[in-house]
Design a protein around this ligand. Structure first.
Ligand code: HEC
Ligand code: HEC
Length: 422
């Protein structure tokens, strides 16, 4: 009797398996009929993975240059307050149903697991919570255009250049999925994103078939010269020895130049967005912690406070790994992330500026809503370097580094980096 039951039950499972198999065969046949890019777009814009209703384009609207603005969030809330943007995991406190922060700043709750081991043996924790293994920071959704050339995905670069792994993390972080994405789905999402460019000239610099490889020997993207006198003056600020060009250099404008005090080719820096007095997120004290004992420990500057002032988001300091440098003689050097940040302040990936006039708001925390506010932030930053040695090009005797005329010139020049119209 028992074995009969077993037989029936097994036959049933077998039948279920067979029918499930034929459904999935059909699905994969449908999928095969499309190329991965088309299939990826479909997943990006409609696949919820049986989760909370969110899809990738919920936060990376393709018609809005791959990102979203506070205005967009407010429109959505007005028409559909139950819509997929408004999920408890991104509410003000992570457990409720109020979405003030999301509506005002279009930032999301990013929950980060702190590394159990770091290269230096030290970690960064909140000073009043040195045993906590996770932290929550609030960050904007960057554009997904031009990510084929990204070697450091995410504001802190933690996903490297791996669009497949990043897609899986994104599903887990935002979609509360009821099922795991398949490898084929993740590869299709990656292929689709790797096909998105703000400018056709950027696509043309890529090695066909090896999209994530930036090709040194291809003709590099040239910055436009500017047409009007104002644009031409704005262009000067992007020379490698000037205020913007020292950090926004190289073909994608996301590497330091040889005039940067710490060396050429660094992918991370600070815009001092965390130091500004009035930022969207609550600030905390962060301390070095000995990860063996969970006790506060002295960092490289001898104190356990990581930063000179409280900050909301320690940036790359929370990720495990090394920051690469180039020494004055050109030789490579590495330092553990969690030690580097203490010296320079919270560091973030230097984002590309191609397409940036269309992808407001700006900085990891969306603290600058317009390019004008970006430049106000840089005036705040350049104040920290009164001798002008770091703010290459600032007049040390001027009341602010960038005058109103400079700001107008830079912004009118930057319009030339806008997305190409299709
Ligand atoms: C709820 C909003 C939300 C959803 C849904 C979402 N993302 Fe994101 N995405 C973000 C945020 C916020 C970041 C930045 C987080 C960070 O830096 O820690 C980000 C970063 C990224 C980046 C890095 C871009 C860069 O230049 O570094 C990529 C690529 C990306 N998302 C792709 C996806 C994909 C693919 C999906 C769907 C599987 C997805 N996202 C779903 C909010 C979202
Ligand atoms: C010391 C290095 C440094 C200098 C100098 C610098 N930047 Fe940046 N820039 C960064 C970093 C790092 C970020 C990202 C910061 C963040 O997310 O908090 C950034 C972000 C930006 C963004 C936002 C892009 C986005 O998608 O969010 C814009 C626009 C920008 N910079 C323009 C400029 C201009 C214009 C100048 C010259 C006035 C300039 N930068 C000078 C390092 C620098």
């Amino acid at each position: 009797m028992k074995s009969n039951n077993l037989l029936i039950c097994c036959t049933l499972i077998l039948a279920l398996l067979i029918s499930a198999q034929s459904v999935s065969d059909q699905n994969s046949r449908n999928a095969d009929s499309k190329d991965p890019v088309t299939r990826g777009e479909q997943i990006f814009t409609s696949e919820t993975f049986s989760g909370n209703g969110r899809v990738c384009s919920t936060c990376h609207e393709l018609e809005r240059f791959g990102t979203i603005t506070p205005g967009f969030v407010q429109e959505r809330y007005a028409t559909d307050p139950e819509g997929p943007l408004f999920r408890t995991i991104d509410s003000d406190d992570g457990i409720g149903a109020s979405f003030e922060r999301l509506m005002e700043h279009a930032t999301f709750r990013v929950v980060l697991d702190l590394p159990e081991r770091t290269p230096s043996g030290l970690g960064i924790r909140k000073c009043d919570d040195p045993t906590s293994q996770t932290v929550v920071v609030h960050r904007g959704s960057p554009s997904v255009f031009n990510v084929a050339l990204e070697q450091f995905l995410m504001h802190d670069g933690r996903e490297g250049d791996d669009l497949v792994a990043q897609a899986l993390s994104a599903v887990h972080a935002h979609a509360e999925p009821g099922r795991e994405p398949t490898g084929e789905e993740l590869a299709a999402i990656a292929a689709f994103q790797a096909s998105l460019f703000s400018h056709s000239a950027i696509a043309a610099t890529l090695n066909p078939g090896r999209t994530l490889d930036f090709v040194e020997d291809r003709p590099v993207l040239e910055l436009p010269d500017g047409n009007t006198p104002s644009e031409k003056r704005g262009r000067e600020f992007f020379n490698p020895d000037r205020q913007c060009g020292q950090c926004h250099s190289g073909p994608m404008l996301n590497r330091t130049s040889k005039f940067h005090p710490n060396g050429v080719g660094m992918p991370i820096e600070s815009s001092f967005a965390e130091r500004a007095p009035d930022i969207p997120n609550e600030k905390f004290r962060w301390c070095y912690v000995d990860l063996e004992t969970n006790k506060l420990a002295p960092g490289p500057l001898g104190r356990s406070d990581v930063f000179q002032t409280p900050v909301s988001d320690p940036g790359i300091g929370l990720t495990a790994g090394f920051v690469e440098f180039q020494l004055a003689d050109g030789s490579p050097a590495m330092l553990p992330n969690e030690l580097v940040v203490g010296i320079a302040g919270p560091l973030f990936k230097i984002p590309t500026l191609w397409g940036s006039p269309d992808t407001a708001p700006y900085f990891h925390n969306n603290s600058a809503k317009t390019l004008d506010e970006v430049l106000d932030q840089y005036n705040f930053m350049f104040e920290f370097f009164p001798d002008g040695s770091f703010g290459l090009g600032c007049d040390p005797n001027a009341p602010v580094c960038l005058s109103e005329q400079d700001k107008t010139d830079i912004i009118s020049y930057m319009q030339l980096l806008s997305f190409e119209q299709p």
